[in-house]
Design a protein around this ligand. Structure first.
Ligand code: NA7
Length: 530
């Protein structure tokens, strides 16, 4: 039996940094990773056009000043191969690989009250125990694979953006269908449109997208390198975890319409997700939201030549930013190409797949060589629920979370001692720059384990009352916004049968950081330590 101080599940950005921190402090730590290499999200999502929608000088580790200075980010928004090279570089540079077990999926966790340890069962059959388990399992790591009738009969190739073949896929000249128009769909569609023979896009809900204005990064990188520490501090204190020039302007009290448009123009020209940070009432007031949404709709109309097509590509049924906004580079213009067709599933839903392609409910048949599924993820809770986790008295986490996740601070769940989650549900994670949130959680957990060790303590658990309060707080805060109005993956709405409950903490990264650090300083108020 291999016994460790800590087992970390997942060797993505979170798991690697967690290993680095704990090992430096002398904790015997083992990371177990399902993939054949490190990288997590960036190992699996290698579809054409895959790219981060946070700027590279923000979406990178801040824990090592030399690393910040050494690594060259070639573009404003890094593409997947460059991010994967960076993760691999970090694993090598900090000698992390020796403590990582690859190609191994954790299947179950069982808490033993007598020994105060977790038994970790994984696909390699090696028996392992650990005092602490840290789930660095990612928020978008379990693909949603809709059960389309007849899919098995399709004679062509089916490709999933979330597990794209490592050897790549030759789409040149082929008839390709893409199902899904979230970030992955938009990026794939834009990248493959110039090379495929024909492209048929199956859209259930149109996305709001802001321009990336991607490009070479030399000037931005040089500027960032002169002030990385200050920049990171701003990001840590911000609401979204990246430096966004957050002016607290209130759209509805702006008396001059030109002032609103001027600010939106300014942010549109800068590009990226800071577009949504100009007005503090964007997600609090329906009229303010509608004004910004209408601005973006007008931009879509400018890009798409056919007014009818533009209308179909225009989101109207949910508030802007209540789902993750997409960041695009020429997505809408793709629909001006003669060989690109949009199928609006709101009007004609998919009925089934056949040997030749896709048939919609109105009987129209779309014959294709390849179907690309860009259908998203079982977000936030999917990866944890995929593991059979049994806490005190054998209670299951899946059962506990059947009506939505229940955590204290998104870090622990009552009844599951010594089990921590990095960027878990009810933390800001998916609403933020994931790197800022990952580093904060890893630092917080590391500090907690050090606190326990220094005091000869062996067990930490969320108090049920503190957890209840946190669940209410996150739900109530969510309800103060327009976000629950969208049928989004933040709500679990994309997974049939999943409880609809708003999962992230909307209070912002800076507030959450102060709160959680304050709780650590107050000797972990709301946790039971023994
Ligand atoms: P998303 O954003 O969940 O997008 C998935 C897309 O797939 C979305 O357009 C869905 O439509 C569509 N979808 C899902 N299931 C179906 C079925 N059954 N039929 C038709 N269309 C379907 O996932 P992404 O991978 O694009 O992006 C995830 C995150 O990665 C993103 O937010 C960034 O943070 C990076 P729907 O909108 O549900 O109607």
């Amino acid at each position: 039996m291999a016994d460790h101080d800590v087992i970390v599940i997942g060797a993505g950005f979170a798991g690697l940094y967690q290993l680095h921190r704990l090992r430096a402090l002398g904790f015997d730590t083992r990371v177990i990773e399902a993939g054949a290499d490190v990288g997590g999200t960036w190992y699996w999502n290698r579809y054409p056009g895959a790219r981060c929608d946070i700027e590279s000088v923000e979406y990178s580790y801040s824990f090592d000043a030399d690393l910040e200075q050494e690594w060259d980010w070639s573009e404003r928004y890094a593409a997947q191969p460059e991010i994967l090279s960076y993760v691999r570089h970090v694993a090598d540079r900090f000698d992390l690989r020796e403590d990582i077990v690859l190609n191994t999926r954790v299947e179950s966790l069982d808490w033993d009250d007598a020994t105060q340890r977790w038994t970790v069962t994984a696909s390699d059959g090696t028996p392992r125990t650990a005092r602490y388990v840290i789930a660095a399992t990612g928020c978008l790591s379990v693909p949603s694979r809709p059960d389309f009738e007849g899919l098995a009969d399709f004679a062509g190739e089916v490709l999933w953006t979330s597990s794209w073949p490592h050897e790549g896929a030759d789409l040149a000249g082929k008839r390709v269908a893409v199902i899904g128009t979230g970030s992955s769909g938009l990026q794939t569609i834009t990248a493959i449109a110039p090379l495929v023979g024909s492209l048929t896009v199956f859209q259930r809900t149109p996305s709001y997208a802001v321009p990336a204005h991607n490009g070479p990064n030399a000037d931005r990188l040089a500027a960032a390198r002169t002030r990385y520490p200050e920049r990171r501090e701003v990001s840590r204190a911000s609401s979204k975890g990246f430096d966004c020039d957050e002016e607290a302007r209130v759209l509805l009290i702006e008396t001059e319409a030109e002032a609103v448009v001027g600010e939106l123009d300014r942010r549109w020209d800068i590009g990226g997700l800071c577009f949504g940070s100009g007005f503090s009432d964007l997600l609090k007031d329906a009229d303010a939201n509608e004004a910004v949404a209408e601005y973006v709709r007008a931009r879509i109309r400018e890009k798409v030549k056919s007014p009818e097509l533009a209308e179909r590509l225009t989101p109207r049924t949910y508030p802007i930013a209540s789902k993750r906004m997409c960041v695009d580079t020429g997505y809408f213009e793709v629909f001006n190409q003669d060989n690109v067709t949009l199928v609006d599933l709101a009007e004609r839903p998919i009925a089934r797949m056949t040997g030749r392609g896709i048939v919609t409910e109105d009987g129209a048949a779309y014959d294709v060589d390849v179907i690309v599924m860009a259908t998203g993820f079982d977000a936030m809770t999917g990866a944890l629920n995929a593991i059979d986790i049994r806490g005190t008295d054998g209670h299951s986490l899946r059962d506990k979370w059947a009506h939505g996740p229940r955590t204290y601070l998104g870090l622990m769940s009552a009844g599951f001692p010594n089990l921590f989650t990095v960027t878990g549900p009810q933390s800001p994670s998916v609403l933020s720059n994931m790197m800022t949130s990952i580093e904060h959680h890893v630092d917080w957990i590391t500090r907690a384990l050090t606190h326990l060790r220094e005091r000869g303590l062996r067990r930490m658990e969320a108090d049920p009352d503190a957890e209840d309060n946190w669940v209410h707080t996150t739900n109530d805060l969510g309800d103060l916004t327009l976000m629950p109005q969208a049928a989004s993956w933040y709500m679990g709405a994309n997974i049939p049968g999943k409880q609809r409950v708003f999962m992230p903490f909307v209070g912002g990264v800076g507030l959450y950081r102060d709160l959680t650090n304050g709780i650590a300083v107050s000797h972990y108020h709301g946790f039971e330590l023994s």
